[in-house]
Design a protein around this ligand. Structure first.
Ligand code: NAD
Length: 293
């Protein structure tokens, strides 16, 4: 490291709170070193009311890039100079690129999800989708899949405050991606869920269900809904294989876990910062070796 950090080294950062658990510094610093790029990456604990100051510092220190995590994603969208189409629709950013003093906000959660599916041989274009959830992850997926040409998206959410957000997303997508049919239903309407899943090509869990410490939870309790042609994806990455995925796999479905989405949303940000592909395979190997220790 002491040989890598020089007078010319550019700083990039993660902001949010908490950030101490984040894997981003390890992933980006590994990638910069691997690709011989003169950057270093640090995480800073920044609360929502400090986002404006943090972005001023980004300008002042001429940082090329910043990732934004909870709870700062919506606030950051207000302070950047320009938004990507998906970030504008969602009103949140997780990636900021400094284009010669102009801060451009992007959201790569959705592109990470789409790329992860592609890595598993699944293209969202023309597909009928059912997405469970209407929080940060689910909304990013709904918007990106609609922009990328999904034929329809049926959103199911419990009757909680997120349901309103789902209706809002559907309204916006009517304007922004009119070819994609977006409908919103209550998750409590199990007959409707069964009907929509039966017609779907891809089913996605975009909620917290199944995440540690609630590994026993799944929103698809009737496993008869699974059929081998259905692709089942989960945003949850801890555990890597949720109960939903395990039961879908047992029924013969192709399953896609959330860990790849996490990796690919980071890789999408890396590409925006550097114009280069992140060394994903090398980083995966590095992670595996370190997990074994
Ligand atoms: P959020 O708080 O923004 O949204 C929570 C969603 O879960 C809402 O739709 C809510 O209605 C629903 N929900 C909450 N409790 C529920 C329950 N008991 N039953 C059914 N639905 C319930 O959260 P988020 O930031 O969107 O995160 C959701 C999940 O996605 C988390 O597990 C998170 O770790 C994961 N995530 C993964 C990635 C990735 O790259 N793989 C990225 C972001 C988030």
């Amino acid at each position: 490291m002491e040989q890598r950090i020089k007078g010319t080294t550019g700083l990039m950062m993660l902001i949010g709170s908490p950030v101490g658990h984040s894997g981003s510094p390890a992933m980006y610093n590994f990638s910069f070193q691997h690709n011989n790029q003169d950057y270093a990456y640090m995480a800073f604990d920044i609360k929502e009311d400090q986002v404006g100051e943090a972005l001023d510092a980004m300008r002042l220190f001429k940082m090329r890039g910043a990732n934004v995590t909870m709870p700062c994603k919506n606030e950051a969208a207000r302070f950047v100079d320009e938004l990507s189409p998906a970030a504008r629709i969602i009103g949140a950013v997780n990636t900021i690129v400094n284009e010669n003093g102009k801060l451009v906000g992007h959201i790569t959660d959705g592109t990470g999800f789409v790329q992860n599916l592609r890595e598993h041989g699944v293209d969202v274009k023309g597909k009928k989708m059912v997405v469970l959830g209407a929080g940060g992850a689910a909304t990013a997926i709904q918007v990106q899949c609609a922009l990328d040409g999904a034929a329809s998206i049926s959103i199911f959410n419990p009757d909680d405050p997120f349901l309103e957000r789902a209706k809002n997303t559907a309204e916006k997508l009517k304007q922004e991606a009119p070819e994609c049919q977006v409908q919103v239903f209550c998750l409590e309407d199990q007959d409707k869920l069964r009907e929509e899943v039966e017609k779907a090509d891809i089913l996605v869990n975009g909620t917290l269900a199944g995440m540690k410490p609630h590994e026993d939870t799944t929103l698809i309790t009737d496993t008869a809904m699974f059929r081998p042609e259905l692709v089942v994806a989960d945003v949850v990455y801890n555990p890597e294989e949720t109960r939903l995925l395990r039961e879908a796999k047992e029924a013969g479905c192709k399953t896609v876990g959330g860990k790849g989405m996490l990796l690919w949303q980071g890789a999408a940000a890396y590409k925006l910062y550097t114009g280069m592909d992140m060394p994903v395979e090398a980083y995966r190997k590095f992670q595996e070796q370190n997990e074994e220790k």
